[in-house]
Design a protein around this ligand. Sequence first.
Ligand SMILES: [Fe+2]
Length: 192
Amino acid sequence: MLLTYVLNNTAHETYGEEVSHLDHALQAFAASFDRELAGEGDAAAVAAFWHDIGHSAGHDVTVRMRGPSGEDLGALDHETRGAAMMSGIIPPRFCTAIALHTQAKRYMAGRSGQTLSAASSATLQEQGGSMSLEEQLVFEGHSCMMEAMTLRVADDAGKDPNFDYSVWGGRAELLLLAIQQTLRCALIILDY
Ligand SMILES: [Fe+2]
């Protein structure tokens, strides 16, 4: 299923951003990849790579978010779908980070009035809008808040239509690194 996500047409859709899903995933991975953690599998970077995989769920079985002109902006519940899909592949706290990355966006919008991309602003309203002060306090008490915030920062960094893949040896090489890191994480969890 994971390889289907990166290789089939879903990965080449944009959902309102200036980059495809696959480029967004690659750039989010690159933004959080830590070479010192690579030998064990950098779970934070792997979570960043797969964080939007929940969007790939069938269009007929999910509630879709729509932009001002009715364009498809992805699955409303993509974060919980994505977290479930990554269960058993990355450590549980990073699955939780995927589940919380929409909440992290709401938190940052409420906390700092962060400027979002046009698509992200449109989906924010469907996802509940900026967090109230009370909601922020609850979120700050979550044991996986830091993982979720780190993921959200990588998410925001992964929307550059002019991203330079050459520093990674190329786009395909970066994809291979992300898949290799995913396998490392999975093998550790499976205790191979
Ligand atoms: Fe994202």
